[in-house]
Unconditional design. Structure first.
Length: 62
């Protein structure tokens, strides 16, 4: 659970920086955020979580 919270916080910070820097507008950022919430409610969510856990494990081994 701590991994998902930190990943969510990191991605939120990236989105805020991109919006503030003018690289992405608020509309597309909100659309991507809503897509993420919708995707989390599908059957694909466990596979995404497994993939993220694998990447985190790979990064932790460095």
């Amino acid at each position: 659970m701590a991994l998902s919270i930190s990943a969510a916080a990191l991605l939120a910070i990236i989105v805020v920086v991109l919006v503030k820097g003018g690289h992405i507008r608020v509309g597309p950022a909100l659309t991507c955020t809503l897509f993420g919430f919708t995707l989390a409610a599908t059957g694909l969510a466990p596979a995404i979580n497994t993939g993220l856990a694998g990447i985190a494990g790979l990064l932790a081994s460095f």
